[in-house]
Write a protein that binds this ligand. Structure first.
Ligand code: PLP
Length: 423
């Protein structure tokens, strides 16, 4: 009966007899509905509504959108190495599914650890040349778990102001003293490190590569400061693992500081097969502690075998050869130089995240829409995702884009840019 009243209320129907407990819950449900609808209206009104396009094919450079739209060239996935639909990655997932089943129905420490989980952790540690690694359901979870497990009120964490939301949330969960330094501003970091000398331990936390700007953290300088002020360095390598640096190890390899960065968190859900999953890699005692204390690890299900199979094969492919990463770097260079020659400003340097800077939010949105009309799938970003007046269209290059795909994208940008007065 109460269900009927609640459903009626949720549908906007009557609340039932006044004063009755059943009616009271229906009133609360109706109130909630009104509040949610008003909040949703505010989001629409603010122009920050995020809609989702439905893809009816595999992830890849060419997509079919649900309800038509075949042959769309996709420039907005984090599929940097094109491994999301790589035949060997898919085969490895199917084999793992057959051999190890759909899932563990358990967290790791109860009965959720299989040999493939241990193998993948060992492979990740070897890839990054670290002592050990621990898997999570996502890098969001890895970031949510590490700070609370590692830092106490006696410690301090110093975080770049533009760090990813998951780092910000992870830091919120911990009880350490919090310092936020200006984006990639080494003077400000140094000032904050001086201030933080009074604490037992200092941890500098930064994205290795920042996903909105395609810029790379100045890790050499950060590590020098960390050495000077006796701090540890943590990097989030979600937009670097597998393709930055001579053998794709990431930002620390690119900038020659592999031995100076203590902790790396990264994802299996972008360049490394794109399925899901995240990890921390670093000193063995830290990984051992995370297995004991990190809440998203302790209280969430083990990674499904098919997902483990994908990531494991992706790492094998990368450790065999860096040809895929080199191909992506060449395509990135082609796109960046042709766009610059066409008159566009592309933020960042040498990174496959290529933000086409436009400034005006409406311009970014109408241009992205018009690009899709020309078969090029890109996304416009504006405030509050990026600062006011810095709206852009983010283009992400993949190793599996052909030169022709890149050239078509540049041509479409040039046409659309001229049409809307951006050039
Ligand atoms: N860190 C950064 C910098 C990211 O860009 C993302 C994903 O967008 C995450 C963490 C979260 O990764 P995952 O998708 O594995 O949760």
């Amino acid at each position: 009966m109460w269900r009927v009243a609640a459903v009626r209320a949720l549908r906007g129907g009557g609340a039932g007899a006044p004063g009755a407990p059943r009616a009271a819950s229906a009133v609360a449900a109706a109130q909630l509905r009104r509040r949610l609808e008003s909040e949703l209206e505010d989001i629409r009104g603010a122009g920050t509504w995020k809609s989702e396009r439905v893809i009816a094919s595999r992830q890849g450079p060419h997509l079919r959108l649900a309800g038509g739209g075949a042959g769309i060239i996709n420039f907005c996935a984090n599929n940097y190495l094109g491994l999301s639909s790589h035949p060997e990655v898919i085969r490895a997932a199917v084999e793992a599914l057959e051999k190890f089943g759909a899932g563990l129905s358990s967290v790791r420490f109860i009965c959720g650890t299989q040999s493939i989980h241990k193998d993948l952790e060992e492979k990740i540690a070897r890839f990054h040349q670290r002592e050990d690694a621990i898997l999570y359901a996502s890098c969001f979870d890895a970031n949510a778990g590490i700070f609370e497990a590692l830092l106490t009120p006696e410690d301090a964490v110093l975080s770049d102001e533009l760090n990813h939301a998951s780092i910000i949330d992870g830091i919120r969960l911990c009880k350490a003293n919090k310092y936020r330094y200006k984006h990639m501003d080494m003077q400000d970091l140094e000032a904050k490190l001086k201030e933080a000398q009074k604490h037992r331990l200092r941890l500098v936390a930064t994205d290795g590569a920042f996903s909105m700007d395609g810029d790379i953290a100045p890790l050499r300088e950060i590590c020098q400061l960390a050495q000077k002020y006796d701090a540890l360095v943590f990097i989030d390598e979600c937009h670097a693992t597998g393709f930055l640096g001579p053998s794709g190890r990431g930002t620390d390899e690119l900038l020659g500081v592999m031995d100076k960065v203590t902790i790396i968190n990264s994802t299996l859900g972008k360049a490394l097969g794109g399925a899901a999953g995240g990890y921390t890699t670093g000193p063995k005692p830290l990984i051992d502690l995370l297995r004991q204390r990190s809440r998203p690890y302790l209280f969430s299900n083990s990674l499904p075998p098919a997902v483990v199979g994908c990531a494991s094969k992706a790492l094998d492919l990368l450790m065999e050869s860096n040809a895929i990463a080199q191909s992506m770097a060449a395509k990135t260079q082609r796109f960046r130089s042709k766009m610059a020659a066409a008159g566009f400003t592309i933020s960042g340097k040498d990174h496959p995240i290529c933000p086409v800077m436009l400034g005006d939010a409406r311009l970014a949105s109408v241009m992205a829409e018009d690009m899709l009309n020309r078969g090029i799938y890109v996304i416009g970003f504006s405030y509050p995702v990026v600062p006011k007046g810095k709206a852009r269209i983010r283009v992400q290059i993949s190793a599996v884009h052909s030169d022709e795909d890149i050239d078509r994208c540049v041509e479409a940008f040039t046409e659309v840019g001229r049409k809307h007065g951006a050039l």
